[in-house]
Design a binder for this molecule. Structure first.
Ligand code: NOJ
Length: 757
């Protein structure tokens, strides 16, 4: 540690600033059955149910899709309009706009027999008008305020435009960077994902769903969708009960504890049983163990696909299996609506189950206030991003960036720089929004281009642009022009990455390198010998070829959203100091996948000089960049972590007691910056082999140059216990030794031990 660092640490003794605290676990809360919050509307729901015909009940369980930008009466949505009048639909997706939603709502409220209002839903994954960075990027912020602000802005914009329900947040933990949907989630860690899922749910739902500035959230996809074999979307997942409960379920539990109103089933099988027909996950765990009183919706045609899975004989069988397993609403296909009455007559489904499903839908409509006021005020519909919303998106994007490499402090660039070459296919592109931008928003409110933002940030500089290559395709003709620009400028920024269409649903890749001829462009710029920076805009971890060694600095900007250009310029010129960390490991090569920090130990862990250990002959055992990695423009020193006690009993933990871990942190550099202090736990010997490390606490801290603080974490039952393979799940805290690691990435090596007796 430097002299400055030492002085900084010394000065810190007795520092009074307390920076937050980690989650404290509480095993009692884990096993306690949540009380369903259905009381407020129960009488009304019961009275309405009593007036409904079977067809009207089945109608409430039907979810249909609108033809996006069309208006009622346009002809392209006649089926939905007819269903609304007949009371044969409960909710409609992809309709928005105060006028359009009011018009369709009127058909249901004024023309159907019972006048039950419709729910309107939309996939608002990272923004409605104001597109925030993709969720994987947001996870890099290690700051739950980022997803919270996205959700609050989305909710205000969308609700004022008639939308009640978003199909978000997505919380599928995954170890599969080939899977395109990694962009929609929060990466490879269940704890980080759980914290983010809870924050996003609270951001969408606020404290009152009827408030007209909130949206009902949907925790999706239930469950283990991120385990898709080979990273191919929709693929098989074979998972043990312990992995299901330790890896895939915690974010859902956290989202429901935060109040998530709905859950969506996933497309995959879970150990042979499709998620849409899986009573263990949908009913035993979700509805019984967790006492979830909300709506379970199928994914798009997920009920119908039970036939394709080879699980159901036909549509009627699919409807029976899905409803009995716990699905309440069917998205787009009408298997339940068509076959429900016959299934009931045949005794294959029960009236009680139908009524339960309908009650869940009605309860949601009551909680949204739709029976009191089904319409929205057309004159106050938010027409586009406000300046406050843009500012929030800009902050979110810059907080989400990860400085992967910065040799010789190439970054930040001086504002007084004489000339900058901006090259690459994304330098002057609006393709920065990422997957799942709402189509109308992408069209009307495109992303700020990096070229424009850099010109604004350094008005005196001579900024030259050359595209160089396309995002895809092998044409290298433009490279010469890019090289000439690089040669003529003081510094070059090469902006490369993936188009938005390369991640998201049904967008798996087998090759994770930069597509097309982009690596050739970087190599050509490197050959000029002039300083340069690579900015990556992408939706998943990429593998980096030899170009990584040649690039002095690499900034992972992900798909940064509407304010992407400005946020990138903020970080390039040091207006904002980058402080994000990777929420997912970056492999060196596709052949290493799955590679993630939270793996179990083999009996023969890697040893360089021992052939018979777990490794590849042709690659180091480590990822290119580990989970939790990220640099900044200043330097930090972490002191030795301490625990307030070195042993605790399992009984005390179960009763809610905890261990406090503290660690001193100093900014030893010369500018204000952020560090994310991370706490990892390893149960050294357990009844089920435990991950070598599990993240159980993080704090993103901003410190001025020379400032010091103490970061505090609390470790409770949830942090030290684990779920076993018992068929119905068993949460255990086992006595023994635990290693705790505190550091600034998952490669942290500052260790202390505690014991449970
Ligand atoms: C399919 C996707 O899997 C899901 O995430 C989405 O919410 C639905 N389609 C509805 O659009």
């Amino acid at each position: 540690m430097s002299e400055l660092g030492r002085r900084c640490l010394l000065s810190m003794i007795g520092a009074s600033l307390v920076v937050g605290a980690g989650q404290s676990g509480n095993a009692a809360a884990l096993s306690a059955v949540r009380k369903e919050s259905r009381e407020p509307y129960e009488d009304k729901v019961g009275a309405l149910l009593a007036r409904m015909t079977l067809e009207e009940k089945l109608g409430q369980l039907q979810h249909l899709a609108w033809a996006f930008d069309s208006n009622p009466g346009s002809g392209s949505t006649t089926e939905v309009e007819r269903a609304a009048r007949a009371g044969r639909v409960g909710s409609v997706q992809s309709i928005f706009g105060a006028k359009a939603t009011n018009a369709l709502q009127r058909l249901a409220v004024e023309e159907s027999r019972l006048g039950i209002p419709l729910l309107f839903s939309l996939d608002i994954i990272h923004g409605f008008w104001t597109t925030f960075p993709i969720p994987l990027a947001q996870a890099s912020s290690f700051d739950p305020d980022v997803p919270r602000s996205d959700a609050q802005v989305s909710a205000a914009e969308a609700r004022s435009n008639g939308v009640h329900w978003t199909f978000a947040p997505m919380m599928d933990v995954t170890h599969e960077p080939r899977w395109g949907r990694i962009a929609e989630g929060n990466g490879e860690d269940p704890y980080l994902t759980a914290r983010f899922a809870a924050a996003k749910v609270k951001g969408y739902q606020g404290s009152n769903l009827a408030s007209k500035a909130t949206l009902a959230a949907c925790a999706k996809h239930f469950v283990a969708y991120g385990g898709a074999e080979g990273g191919r979307d929709y693929n098989t997942v074979d998972v043990s009960e312990s992995r299901l409960r330790n890896l895939y379920l915690p974010p859902f539990k956290a989202a429901l504890d935060a109040g998530a109103a709905t859950v969506m089933a996933s497309f995959n099988t879970i150990s042979g049983i499709p998620a849409h027909g899986n009573p263990h996950t949908l009913t035993d765990i979700l509805k019984k163990e967790w006492a979830f009183g909300g709506v379970v919706i199928s994914d798009w045609a997920g009920v119908q696909e039970l036939i394709v899975h080879g699980f159901a004989e036909d549509g009627a069988d699919a409807a029976r299996l899905a409803l009995n397993a716990g699905v309440d609403m069917e998205m787009v296909e009408g298997n339940l609506l068509t076959n429900g009455a016959a299934l009931l007559r045949a005794g294959k489904i029960t009236q009680q189950r139908i009524d339960d499903a309908v009650a869940r839908v009605l309860r949601l409509k009551y909680s949204l206030g739709l029976f009191d006021d089904p319409y929205v005020e057309e004159s106050t519909a938010i027409p586009g991003p406000t300046s406050a919303a843009r500012a929030a998106a800009r902050t979110a994007a810059s907080r989400s960036m990860v400085l992967l490499k910065n040799d010789r402090d190439v970054l930040p660039l001086a504002r007084s720089v004489g000339s900058v070459a901006l090259v690459g296919p994304f330098a002057d592109s609006t393709d920065l929004l990422g997957t799942w931008a709402v189509p109308a928003a992408a069209e009307r409110f495109p992303a700020v281009r990096i070229l424009d933002a850099v010109r604004k940030a350094a008005p005196a500089a001579d900024v030259r642009h050359a595209r160089g290559v396309d995002p895809e395709g092998e044409d290298t003709d433009g490279i010469e022009e890019a090289v000439a620009a690089a040669q003529s400028c003081d510094v070059t920024v090469v902006v490369v990455g993936e188009p938005a269409t390369m991640s998201g649903e049904a967008a798996a890749r087998s090759d994770l390198s930069l597509p097309g001829a982009q690596e050739k462009l970087i190599a050509a710029v490197a050959r000029t010998g002039k300083p340069f920076v690579v900015v990556l805009v992408n939706g998943r971890p990429l593998t980096m070829g030899d170009w990584l060694d040649s690039a002095p600095a690499v900034l992972e900007a992900w798909h940064p959203g509407i304010e992407g250009g400005n946020a990138i310029a903020d970080v390039l010129f040091g207006t904002v100091t980058p402080g994000g960390k990777l929420p997912v490991s970056f492999p060196r090569a596709v052949g290493q996948i799955p590679i993630h920090y939270n793996h179990e130990s083999t009996g023969r862990p890697y040893k360089a000089d021992d052939k018979f250990t777990s490794k590849y002959l042709d690659l180091p055992p480590t990822p290119q960049f580990p989970f939790g990695h990220g640099l900044t423009y200043t330097t930090f020193a972490l002191g030795a972590p301490e625990a307030d006690r070195t042993d605790i009993t399992a009984a005390a933990l179960h009763a809610g007691d905890s261990i406090e871990v503290t660690v001193p942190l100093c900014n030893t550099g010369s500018r204000t910056g952020d560090e994310v202090v991370q706490l990892y736990v390893h149960d050294v010997a357990a009844g089920i082999a435990q991950p070598v490390r599990r993240l159980r606490g993080f704090q993103r801290v901003t410190l001025a140059a020379g400032a010091a603080t103490t970061v505090r974490f609390r470790l409770g039952a949830e942090d030290l216990g684990f779920w076993t393979n018992a068929p119905k799940g068993e949460f255990r805290i086992e006595p023994g030794r635990f290693d705790l690691y505190v550091g600034t990435s998952s490669a942290a090596d500052s260790r202390l031990n505690v014991s449970i007796t």
